[in-house]
Structure formats: structure tokens, C-alpha cells
Design a protein around this ligand. Structure first.
Ligand code: AHG
Length: 338
């Protein structure tokens, strides 16, 4: 029988292969893994204890949040604040950044952006939810606390990103820019174990994932492309937890679409907390991620913490085909190109 490799062992082995690595990023990833285990425990208990239900408050984007969102948010803050490597955190659940205090007169080298519990509307009905994270090297030096600029970096500057899906199994998928690996939580030993080495997204696949209920609210080119997917008899799968929809596409191939709608003219999903980290993973696995203007998500310039964007990501061949539809049917993009 092959010996298992735990997440901690894997991270440390990877670190040793970089002579310049100081171990700080390694420590940060391990802390995120630890926080994920604690969140996983509570997510699993959600049906058993009186933790379900809504807090009487709204998150910074004006949506009602479930109690577990707050729980996950608090655990991540707790673990990252004491890690020493993290200089501050920004969360989809919080209006502003949280600068962390110095340890031994030094502030951490990295900042972390998180969506603590993606897909929270699915909790009450026992459907998969997730945690998404992105890690950047801070811009200023370690003698001063972080400020907003450290968080408003383009996705191309990510040094690591990943997600955890709390599904039939709990799986953590991450990349530090040299491929993507997945780890399944073995509840009997409480460890994330390497289960999916060097994940590659299929060039095309049988799935398209979009909220078809908004069909009439999409622009013409998106409607044409969705019609084309349907004509091809592609299978429509939409969970409403981005992590879960992307997880399927990462392994089985397909395309995920959350275009702009009349209600969300710039798109609904958050650039910094959802789209950048997941685009990074998809690109590292060989896929592509763009917005409806066909700009690469990772190259979008962030202007504010809770910026939203349209997003189209998945298998490379399918994204290329989708781009052809956009170029053919979108009058705006045509005139910009001509
Ligand atoms: P939230 O975490 O607030 O529940 O948002 C979930 C996000 C994303 O995960 C998902 O793909 C999308 O919102 C679903 O939005 P619609 O319900 O508008 O399709």
C-alpha cells in the first residue's frame, strides 16, 4: 500500500525545493488548512445543532448572511492573526481590511483575501459550500502595518490561491504557481491527504454551468452562446456555489458563466474574493478565465475591495469558442477592436 502524503508534508517538501523559500508562505498555507478543518467540523454539525439560521445583520454587500459565514470568518481571522506571517486580511464578509499587529516588531510579509463561506444560501439544504482564499505579498516593507493598496493587487500578483469544498468529502485544492494539487480530508485521522496530484482541466467537457433563470437578462452574445451549448446537448449543471461548480469543471471539463445581468450590470461575483483565486487555479490547471469584455480576469485592475465582475471560465477550447460568439455578436467589442 502506498504511504499517504499529508497536506503539511506536501507543503514542506515543496518548500524545500525552493532554496530561497523562508517558510513563511508554508506556515500560512498550513494555518489556512487548519482553519478549514475547524470550519469543516462546524459545517458538518450544521444540521445537528442550532447553528443554522440567520444573524440579524447584513454583510458588506447588503446580503443577509448565515451564522456559519460569521463562524468561518472569525476562525480564519483567529488563525491568520496569530500566524505571524499574515499582515492583514480582507474578507467578503467585512466592509474594511483588518490590519494585524506586529510580532517582535515585524509585520507579516503577506496579505490574505477570503470568501469564508461561498454559497451560503445552500447551507440550510445540505448542499456543498466552500471557502476561497488568495495570498499576495504585501507591497510595503515589514516595518509598517498594511493599508488598502496591499489588497488591491491584480490577480497576476497572487503568490498562492485555493479553495476548500465542503461536499460529500472535504477537499482542499491549492496552487503556489507551479501546478494544482488536491487534498481530501480523512476524518479518521483529521488530516488533508494528497488525493489529486497535478490537476489538469480537460480541454473541453460535457458541462455548462450558468443560472439559466437569468437568460433573458443576459446580453445577446451570451444568449447565443448558451443556445449553442444547449444545441450541442451539453449538460447544464448549476449548484449556485461557485466553488462547487468550478470544482466539477476543473475535473470533468466544461464552462462556467456568470455574465452581467440587468440587476448586476458589472456582474455579481467579487473580483478579489471569488474570481481571482478561482481564475488562478483554473489557469494553473490549463484553463482560461475572462470577463464578458474578454479581458483576462487576472489582469483586471482592482479599484475597490468589493468590486464585482462578470466571469467566464473553464476548459480552454470552450472558452476560445465562447470568445468567437462574443466577438461575432457583441457590437461593443467589435467597435473597440476595429
Ligand atoms: P453567496 O456566497 O452569497 O451565497 O453567493 C454565492 C455566489 C456564488 O458562489 C454562486 O455562483 C452565485 O453567487 C450564485 O448566484 P445566483 O443565485 O445569482 O445564481
Amino acid at each position: 500500500m502506498q504511504r499517504i502524503t499529508t497536506l503539511d508534508e506536501f507543503i514542506i517538501t515543496r518548500q524545500k525545493s525552493y532554496s530561497s523559500a523562508t517558510g513563511e508562505l508554508t506556515g500560512l498555507l498550513r494555518d489556512i488548512g487548519l482553519a478549514a478543518k475547524i470550519v469543516n467540523r462546524e459545517v458538518n454539525k450544521a444540521g445537528l445543532i442550532n447553528i443554522l439560521g440567520k444573524f440579524d445583520q447584513e454583510n458588506s454587500s447588503g446580503e443577509q448572511v448565515a451564522k456559519l459565514d460569521i463562524y468561518a470568518n472569525d476562525r480564519l481571522i483567529e488563525f491568520l492573526k496569530t500566524s505571524g506571517e499574515c499582515a492583514g486580511l480582507a474578507s467578503e464578509e467585512l466592509e474594511d481590511i483588518i490590519p494585524f499587529p506586529a510580532r517582535n516588531n515585524k509585520y507579516g510579509k503577506y496579505v490574505v483575501l477570503v470568501d469564508p463561506l461561498d454559497g451560503s444560501s445552500n447551507i440550510d439544504v445540505n448542499v456543498s459550500v466552500g471557502t476561497i482564499f488568495g495570498i499576495y505579498r504585501r507591497l510595503g516593507n515589514e516595518d509598517s502595518p498594511v493599508d488598502l493598496r496591499d489588497f488591491l493587487q491584480k490577480g497576476t500578483e497572487l503568490v498562492a490561491a485555493g479553495y476548500v469544498i465542503y461536499g460529500t468529502s472535504t477537499i482542499l485544492v491549492y496552487s503556489t504557481g507551479d501546478g494544482v494539487n488536491g487534498f481530501t480530508l480523512d476524518p479518521t485521522i483529521g488530516e488533508f491527504c494528497l488525493s489529486h496530484r497535478d490537476i489538469k482541466i480537460p480541454a473541453e467537457g460535457p458541462y455548462y454551468s450558468v443560472n439559466q433563470g437569468y437568460y433573458l437578462k443576459f446580453d445577446l452574445e451570451m444568449r447565443r452562446y448558451i443556445d449553442y451549448c444547449s444545441d450541442l446537448n451539453l449538460r447544464l449543471r448549476y449548484i449556485g456555489t461557485m466553488v462547487a461548480d468550478i470544482h466539477r469543471i476543473l475535473f470533468q471539463g466544461g464552462i462556467f458563466l456568470y455574465p452581467n445581468t440587468r440587476k448586476y450590470p458589472k456582474g455579481k461575483l467579487r473580483l478579489l474574493y471569488e474570481c481571482n483565486p478561482l481564475s488562478y487555479i483554473v489557469e494553473q490547471a490549463g484553463g482560461q478565465a475572462v470577463n464578458t469584455n474578454l479581458e483576462r480576469i487576472l489582469e483586471m485592475e482592482p479599484e475597490e475591495l468589493h468590486q464585482r465582475t462578470s466571469v467566464l471560465m473553464g476548459s480552454p477550447k470552450m472558452i476560445e469558442e465562447m470568445k468567437d460568439f462574443v466577438l461575432k455578436y457583441s457590437p461593443n467589442i467589435h467597435s473597440e477592436i476595429e
